[in-house]
Design a protein. Structure first.
Length: 328
């Protein structure tokens, strides 16, 4: 399975719904394990020594991709001959242990695992990536100071918890290193899990209309369902942009700055392409130029795009303030 590149501050990941749903299920199981560990004297907990592991190509899916649905996995690409690696690796190992289960460190020897190096696009070492809910994020390349590394890891932990619900592993200093972890207790299915799974399958199949309807079915019974709201916003965006001609849309938007449909379509393309601030700025400018029903249509679309990105994203927070100034 080849990792996908993403950025914590870059493009909007339109597969986040599926990843979040899978991560949520794993997080529930991990929380159940943690509770069992607290009540039953340790089953399900890992040793601090298990927070730093050596990974090869054969075990990558099990040790990195699957574990990344429970805990963010930091990957250290290194080699025995690399002097900067010898400076960086001990710092990473120390910091990961200090995070006490909020992170896992996977060390990959590039000489023995050339395929993984190529899949991640590693051009030089040391190189540090993370995998969160099955998705790869480049963190930094080359040696870095402990304070800089810690700031990056703090951000990784925050994003992993807020966007994917990853709360990490339970660490027991008395646990035996390498001991088999207890099987997760069965997690009761939620009342809307089947509908949400159907929506994700529709997205995977490119049936955006079906996904929209599935999310609407959930929201008709549970209007506050956060996962369905996020999924609906993303599915509707994909449905709108799938038939657009990008060149034509951008040409019309440039020639007709006051044309509301042209600006709405261009903003959709901006957001789907990861240009979040451009999309928001375009619509806020259009709000300033319009009145009445046209202005309200732009405002509603902007709120929908806020849902795609997420209410806690700093770009959304800034755009909400700018929208308020434009309206009032």
């Amino acid at each position: 399975m080849q990792p996908r590149n993403m950025s914590m501050s870059g493009v909007v990941d339109l597969a986040a719904v599926k990843a979040a749903q899978e991560a949520k299920a794993k997080a529930k199981a991990e929380q159940a394990r943690a509770e069992a560990a607290r009540q039953g004297g340790g089953p399900g907990a890992v040793s601090p020594a298990d927070l730093v592991i050596d990974v090869d190509e054969a075990g990558f899916e099990r040790d990195v991709l699957q574990r990344s649905t429970e805990v963010p996995v930091v990957i250290d690409f290194w080699a025995e001959w690399c002097e900067p690696c010898k400076q960086l690796s001990p710092v990473l190992e120390q910091l990961v242990v200090e995070y006490n289960g909020r992170l896992l460190l996977a060390k990959i020897d590039v000489d023995a695992n050339q395929m993984l190096m190529q899949q991640f696009g590693v051009q030089g070492i040391p190189a540090v990536f993370a995998v969160v809910a099955g998705q790869a994020l480049p963190l930094f390349q080359g040696a870095a100071g402990k304070e800089q590394i810690q700031q990056t890891l703090d951000q990784l932990v925050q994003v992993s918890e807020q966007r994917f619900g990853l709360t990490g592993l339970t660490v027991d200093p008395d646990a035996q290193p390498g001991a088999e972890r207890a099987a997760a207790p069965p997690v009761p299915a939620g009342p809307y899990d089947a509908l949400l799974e159907a929506a994700v399958q529709a997205l995977d199949a490119g049936d955006f209309g079906g996904a929209v309807q599935a999310y609407k079915n959930v929201l008709s019974d549970d209007p506050g369902n956060t996962e369905a709201k996020l999924g609906l916003a993303q599915a509707e965006l994909l449905q709108r942009v799938q038939s657009l001609d990008p060149q034509q849309v951008r040409k019309e938007a440039a020639e007709k700055p006051a044309d509301v449909p042209a600006q709405l379509a261009a903003a959709d393309l901006d957001l789907a392409g990861g240009h979040v601030e451009d999309a928001f700025g375009r619509l806020i400018d259009t709000v300033r130029r319009t009145f009445g029903d046209d202005r309200d249509a732009v405002r509603v679309r902007l709120l929908e795009l806020f849902d795609v990105v997420g209410a806690d994203d700093p770009r959304v927070v800034a755009a909400r303030r700018a929208l308020a100034r434009a309206l009032f």
